[in-house]
Ligand binder design. Structure first.
Ligand SMILES: Nc1ncnc2c1ncn2[C@@H]1O[C@H](COP(=O)(O)OP(=O)(O)O)[C@@H](O)[C@H]1O
Ligand SMILES: [Mg+2]
Length: 505
């Protein structure tokens, strides 16, 4: 049942019941008053008639008495009149009463006996009447007869009916007004706002997104809307924190897997490098000896030099592998990061020229001193710069920036910490989306055999992680790549973290 209907019923039913009770009481009371009034009126008429009748009888003017009876019949509510002698015999009656026999013998006898008037209610024909029977006395107070005056009560019933009609109309009007008011009020101040709320609730439920329902007014419905919004916000916050938690857990698992893989790969690489190193030294030594032996022998010398170059390449790969495998803790000392960067970029001057790559280097002048392993940091910067150069076969611009700023460690989201941030931004080929997740993997390379070992980023990653820092990588296909190194100032060590990889293009 709707609230409006319920409220209406709750209000109208007791109200109507109350009105009926009050109406009934009022009607009873007015009937009583009317009856009293009628009876008074009847007694007054009877008294007048008694006085006149006694006068006429004294003067034996019987004809006048009969005239009085006839004239009083039909006056106002008087139905008629009867005259009796002192023995109770009917001597005269109004023509209106002729067809109705006198029915109150015992009352008449009583009146004749004690000379006291009587009031009798009865029906004459089908008309309710009130009758007065009273004695007629001479001037010496001797009984000479009795008279009956009959008054119609129907007028009283009509009045009572009118009262009932009036009361019923009043009750109906009251009920109708109440119903109308309650329905209107509930519709505008309850039903409509509730409907709007329900609509909003439904939308929230359907979208499952953090939606707010409009808050109108400060009544209970407004409070309900506010509470609902609060609940939505709390739900949303809970959902976000759950998602964040899940993300962090996945990242931690990923880091663990990476660390595991790196560790076993490191052991493998170390073993391999060691195994290859010894025979490689022998081959290298023998090749040098042969070169000396065949000095001047052009063809052999040329072939031997090819072998020597290839051996050098193998040596370089083995050295990289060893670097990666060793992953020794940094030997920290206070260093100026911009100076380390400058040294690396100076080293690359020739290659930059050869590749027609323009270098734009900007460094904040007052970069703080870092507690870091300078050699290791230089190695990282060199790897990043070389990768950028490799990506720009047809020239381009290499933008290197160093600055200090607050940054949030993506592995442990929380308060931002002051960092030295070094970014290498190239206008090269970019990284294919399917490669992005693998560029930090050891031995992952997209370069032709012999050119890349796939260890540059893996080694750099290990070094930065040892310094408590992290990487950020943004790459746009065919537009370029930006690799950023974050080095927390004052960090003593850090834990491994998978670098976040963004795809923007
Ligand atoms: N600046 C860059 N632009 C495009 N690709 C890059 C860049 N830096 C790294 N890469 C990709 O990441 C791979 C791994 O890099 P790295 O670990 O340094 O190994 P390598 O340079 O020996 O291939 C590269 O082969 C290349 O595909
Ligand atoms: Mg490289």
């Amino acid at each position: 049942m709707k609230i409006g209907v319920k409220l209406t019923l709750w209000l109208v039913l007791p109200l109507a019941a109350l009105a009926v009770v009050i109406g009934y009481m009022y009607q009873q009371r007015s009937a009583e008053l009317l009856r009293e009034e009628l009876s008074k009126e009847g007694r007054a008429i009877a008294l007048v008639v008694q006085v006149a009748a006694e006068d006429y009888l004294r003067d034996r003017q019987l004809a006048d008495l009969k005239l009085l009876v006839d004239r009083i019949t039909g006056y106002e509510r008087v139905l008629g009149m009867r005259l009796f002698d002192k023995d109770g015999t009917l001597t005269y009656q109004s023509a209106t009463l002729e067809s109705f026999p006198f029915a109150h013998r015992s009352e008449l006898r009583g009146v004749l006996a004690d000379r006291a008037p009587r009031e009798v209610h009865s029906a004459v024909g089908n008309q309710p009447t009130i009758g007065f029977i009273f004695p007629l006395l001479d001037n010496r107070r001797r009984l000479i007869g009795a008279a009956q005056v009959l008054q119609l009560e129907s007028y009283m019933q009509e009045d009572s009916r009118a009262t009932t009609r009036f009361i019923l109309t009043l009750i109906l009007a009251m009920v109708a007004t109440t119903v109308a008011i309650v329905l209107l009020v509930t519709r505008f101040s309850i039903a409509r706002p509730i409907k709007a709320l329900v609509r909003s609730f439904r939308e929230v439920g359907a979208r499952g997104a953090p939606t707010r329902v409009p808050v109108r007014g400060s009544d209970e419905l407004g409070r309900l809307a506010r509470e609902f919004n609060g609940m939505c916000e709390r739900l949303e916050a809970a959902r976000r924190s759950l998602e964040g938690e899940q993300e962090r857990r996945q990242e931690a698992e990923q880091r663990l897997r990476n660390a595991d893989r790196l560790a076993s790969l490191g052991r493998l690489a170390a073993g391999l490098a060691h195994e290859i190193g010894t025979p490689l030294n022998v081959i290298s030594g023998r090749t040098d000896a042969l070169l000396r032996d065949f000095a001047g022998h052009e063809v052999v010398e040329k072939r031997l030099r090819i072998i020597s170059t290839q051996i050098d390449r193998i040596v370089r790969i083995v050295r990289d592998m060893l670097d990666f495998a060793r992953m020794k803790p940094p030997r920290r000392s206070p260093i100026r990061p911009d100076a380390a960067l400058r040294t690396v970029l100076d080293l690359l001057e020739l290659q930059l020229q050869e590749r027609q790559v323009k270098l734009v280097y900007t460094s904040q002048p007052d970069l703080p001193v870092l507690m870091a392993d300078e050699g290791q940091l230089q190695q990282v910067f060199l790897n990043l710069a070389l990768n950028a150069l490799d990506a720009m076969e047809e020239g381009g611009t290499l933008r290197v920036t160093a600055r200090e700023a607050l940054a949030v460690d993506p592995r442990q989201p929380g308060t931002p910490q002051p960092c030295v941030i070094v970014a290498f931004e190239d206008t090269g080929a970019g990284i294919r989306p399917e490669d992005r997740d693998h560029v930090f993997d050891p031995f992952f390379t997209t370069k032709p055999t012999g050119k890349g070992s796939g260890l540059g980023l893996a080694v750099s990653y290990g070094i930065i992680e040892e310094h408590g820092g992290w990487f950020d990588l943004v790459s746009h296909r065919a537009q370029g790549t930006q690799v950023t190194v974050y080095l927390p100032i004052g960090a003593e060590s850090g834990e491994a973290g998978a670098p976040p990889v963004h795809e923007v293009a």
